[in-house]
Design a protein around this ligand. Structure first.
Ligand code: ACO
Length: 446
């Protein structure tokens, strides 16, 4: 841990280079402080030295929803929101998408480098080897109501997996950690497919070791129960794998933060992943692609777009799939999806919702409301249309997001565990409630 700098320790202050410090004058006490800057940011605990008296707790920073607070150092994803840049471990997303498959990208995220030939073979073997679920998981699935949302089933069964692998609690044991990483990445498509099959009342299809990752998912979801002869269209497998690459990681988003926060209490990775998936389920996060389709269906045709925009601009509703906390120019993932759409539609037929979506984007692009607020389509705006064209039911969309995001969650979880600066997450609060109250005498006597 870097040392704390106290204003009275003039020597320590002098050792800091001027350009790496921020001078702050506290007008309450007229004291001046030199606060160090590291990687262009202020170390928030240093604010605690700014006090009005010995008994003063010291200055806190207040940042609801962490809009301007870095909670960690990370070397996994890099985003430049103003320029619309996304890189995994330094590689631009545009270079990875279409040239590397999802499992190679998952390896890159977790281990920091692309796998060599032997590493890839071992990695694929490890993932393939762990795709099966314990038979009891089927009983869990069977316990859900027929119309249970598959994301609810995914969240619950992910948490349940921790009871099957009690050794996963040894999170600081490298070998154990790697085994759970393999299991979680491997089992996601199987859990997802089982949840889907349960919701449509079809028999579960077991994973097959000789299929690719996306191909396996498509087969487990769509293969009719009465035959073993089923090959998903290779274009569908390819496009789905590409979508998996695009969704694999996205630095400190809400679900990743959930993974890190629960992980910081040293919970096992299945429990952490269930928390992350629960966060992703929310309509403002991974649940948005589901909402986009509902919105586009409701609009139905281009003529109804002005009515929708009037509702959005009057604050009655959000334009789902638009806006992003970080991207304020373009979401590069949305651009890649738009480019691959024609190849998919050549196989599936053009999705009529795409025309409504493109028109909506065009109209919004030239509307002051959206320009001023930097609201552009995010990844969810187009991914839902692609999933729908592939024949996935709408409530499977967030599940399809969670499958590849597992590798990002695990990479971030491992990075957090190995970071000596990280401790159990415990933010402060500004207490604004009653200072002190007493129960009425009669009540306190009971
Ligand atoms: N439709 C209409 N107005 C919007 C939208 C939207 N989709 N998004 C933001 N705004 C407006 C806000 O009302 C606000 O307006 P104001 O300044 O007049 O009050 C302004 O734009 C700034 O918005 P914030 O809420 O401050 O933006 P924030 O960064 O907090 O929210 C978020 C980002 C949650 C993604 C938001 O844009 C949103 O709700 N979008 C719709 C849901 C969505 O698509 N989520 C998927 C995100 S991508 C992902 O998770 C994979």
């Amino acid at each position: 841990m870097p040392k704390r700098i106290h204003p009275r320790k003039a020597t320590a202050v002098r050792r800091l280079k001027k350009e790496d410090t921020l001078s702050v004058v506290d007008r309450r006490t007229s004291k001046e402080y030199s606060l160090r800057l590291h990687l262009g940011s202020l170390h928030a605990p240093d604010l605690r030295q700014i006090r009005t008296s010995e008994s003063d707790f010291g200055l806190l920073s207040y940042d609801p929803s962490f809009v301007n607070t870095a909670s960690c150092k990370s070397g996994i994803s890099y985003i430049d929101g103003a320029a619309g840049i996304l890189r995994y471990r330094g590689y631009p997303i545009e270079e990875l998408a279409g040239t590397r498959n999802y499992l190679e990208v998952a390896y890159l995220l977790i281990y920091g480098r692309l796998p060599g030939k032997n590493q890839l073979a071992e990695w694929l073997h490890n993932i393939t080897y762990h795709t099966m679920l314990h038979e009891n998981i089927k009983k869990f699935m069977d316990g859900f109501h027929h119309d249970a949302h598959p994301m609810g089933m995914l969240v619950s069964t992910l948490a349940a997996l921790s009871t099957f692998y009690p050794e996963a609690k040894s999170i600081l044991d490298t070998e154990q950690r790697q085994r759970q990483i393999h299991r979680l990445i491997a089992k996601m498509p199987t859990l997802a497919a089982f949840a889907f099959r349960h919701s449509v009342g079809m028999a579960y299809i077991y994973p097959s070791n000789d299929l690719g990752y996306a191909e396996n998912l498509l087969t487990m979801m769509h293969r009719p129960s009465w035959t073993t002869q089923y090959t998903p269209d290779p274009v569908l497998s390819k496009v789905l794998d590409l979508l998996f690459v695009l969704h694999a990681d996205h630095e400190q988003n809400c679900s990743t933060q959930a993974m890190r926060t629960v992980g910081s209490a040293h919970a096992d990775p299945y429990t952490c992943a269930a928390a992350a998936a629960a966060a992703l389920y929310g309509p403002l996060h991974g649940g948005a692609n589901e909402q986009v389709i509902q919105m586009l269906r409701e609009v139905g045709s281009k003529e109804n777009i002005p009515k929708l925009l009037r509702q959005v601009k009057s604050g009655k509703r959000l334009l789902m799939g638009f806006g992003h906390r970080i991207y304020k120019n373009r979401d590069p993932r949305a651009e890649i999806i738009k480019k691959v759409a024609p190849e998919l539609f050549a196989v599936t037929g053009r999705n009529p919702l795409l025309d409504v979506a493109l028109e909506l984007e065009k109209v919004a692009e030239s509307d002051d409301y959206f320009i001023k607020r930097h609201l552009y389509p995010n990844v969810d705006f187009y991914s839902g249309i692609i999933y729908q064209s592939m024949g996935f039911p709408v409530d499977m969309f967030p599940v399809l997001f969670a499958i590849p995001r597992m590798s990002g969650w695990l990479a971030q979880w491992q990075e957090m565990l190995l970071d000596p600066e990280q401790k159990i997450v415990r933010p402060r609060q500004l207490y604004v409630g009653a200072r002190l109250r007493h129960l009425p005498k009669e009540a306190s006597a009971q």
